[in-house]
Design a binder for this molecule. Structure first.
Ligand code: 13P
Length: 342
């Protein structure tokens, strides 16, 4: 295992004003988002959409790495250039989602466990040969009446750690994503308690599996109330709860934390990341950035609607959101960015 290369990749992913673009929606998730907008759910339309993204002019000014899906890493532009080659040419490091989705956890109603460890070592070797230099695995933790159970938290932490060790052996930086989802009506305080427990369990498992913490990226949720909760916390409350949780649970040796957006409204996700930097920028030992899918892509997808005439407008919207999140990472985002020329 070449730990110094892993550290260099992690460092490059977290550098300067940049963050990650998650464009690794599974076929089912991508089709669901297409269906909502009346876009044909075919491989060709998924290809066209990803073509628009990787070719968006200026994306590389704000994005250091892009997470692809198995279908996408093998696809090409209309003129036959592999997407992965376009990304590399732009200086964007290609990554790959390698989990095979979260399924109901047998014996634990309402809870999920992520699959994909079988054959993972060989799959990672292939992705490395194709040019991927980092990977992603998402665990799903749901808050409900009597959940999450300690068993679900432990099982997902153990699986994330096994995945992470496979990645490091194959020369890929693992993004470890234990997502406490926003579904439900729980309070911000409850989200803080569960996320704290989940991240503690995760780092315990990573340690036990001999994962080099300097060669991983953590991809967590922000601390927020459930989407059906009446609570409407302010920016300071979210920033404080989130950073306090990570200061308690994430070792300083971890190079970076890159948030998922989890269904937050796009501009609000930028505002919250920005507030974390303006309030706590000087006490954080790790880089704090974004690894958004919906909070970067959704406005662009809504403009594109599957129509070639809308490609330029969609690309502008995509790069605009990347620019807003980049500004948030630097603590210089302001709401004016949403109304100025885009
Ligand atoms: P969202 O930003 O849409 O939550 O997606 C991030 C992601 O990669 C989920 O696995």
């Amino acid at each position: 295992m070449d730990t110094s290369t892993l550290k260099t990749i992690a460092y490059q992913l977290m550098q300067g004003n940049k963050g990650l673009l998650a464009m690794d929606e599974s076929t089912a998730t991508c089709n669901k988002r297409f269906q909502e907008l009346g876009i044909p759910q075919t491989e060709e339309y998924r290809r066209k959409y990803r073509d628009l993204i990787v070719n968006a002019p200026g994306l590389e000014e704000y994005i250091s790495g892009a997470i692809l899906f198995d279908e996408t890493i093998k696809q090409s532009t209309a003129d036959g250039t592999l997407f992965i080659d376009i990304l590399k040419h732009k200086g964007i490091i290609p990554g790959i989602k390698v989990d095979e989705g979260a399924i109901p956890m047998a014996g634990f109603p309402g809870e999920k466990i992520t699959e994909g460890l079988d054959g993972l070592g060989d799959r990672l070797k292939n992705y490395y040969k194709m040019g991927a230099r980092f990977a992603k695995w998402r665990a799903v933790i749901t808050i409900g009446a009597d959940i999450p159970s300690p068993t679900c938290i432990k099982a997902n932490a153990y699986t994330l750690a096994r995945y992470a060790m496979f990645c490091q052996e194959a020369g890929l930086v693992p993004i470890v994503e234990p997502e406490v989802v926003m579904d439900g009506d729980h309070s911000l305080q409850k989200c803080a308690e569960v996320t704290t427990e989940v991240i503690h369990a995760l780092f315990n498992a990573l340690y036990q599996h001999r994962v080099d913490l300097e060669g991983i990226i953590l991809k967590p949720n922000m601390i927020l109330p459930g989407e059906n909760s009446p609570e409407k916390p302010g920016l300071d409350e979210v920033a404080e709860a989130t950073i306090k949780c990570f200061l308690k649970t994430v070792p300083a040796s971890v190079p970076g934390i890159a948030f998922l957006s989890g269904g937050q409204q796009a501009a609000l996700a930028s505002e919250r990341l920005n507030r974390m930097h303006t309030r706590f920028g000087d006490v954080m030992p790790w880089v704090l950035t974004f690894s958004f899918s919906r909070a970067i892509q959704q406005p662009a997808l809504e403009l594109w609607k599957g129509n070639d005439d809308n490609i330029v407008a969609a690309q502008r919207a995509l790069v605009h959101r990347a620019a807003c999140n980049s500004a948030a990472k630097m603590g210089v985002y302001s709401a004016d960015m949403e109304t100025g020329p885009q």
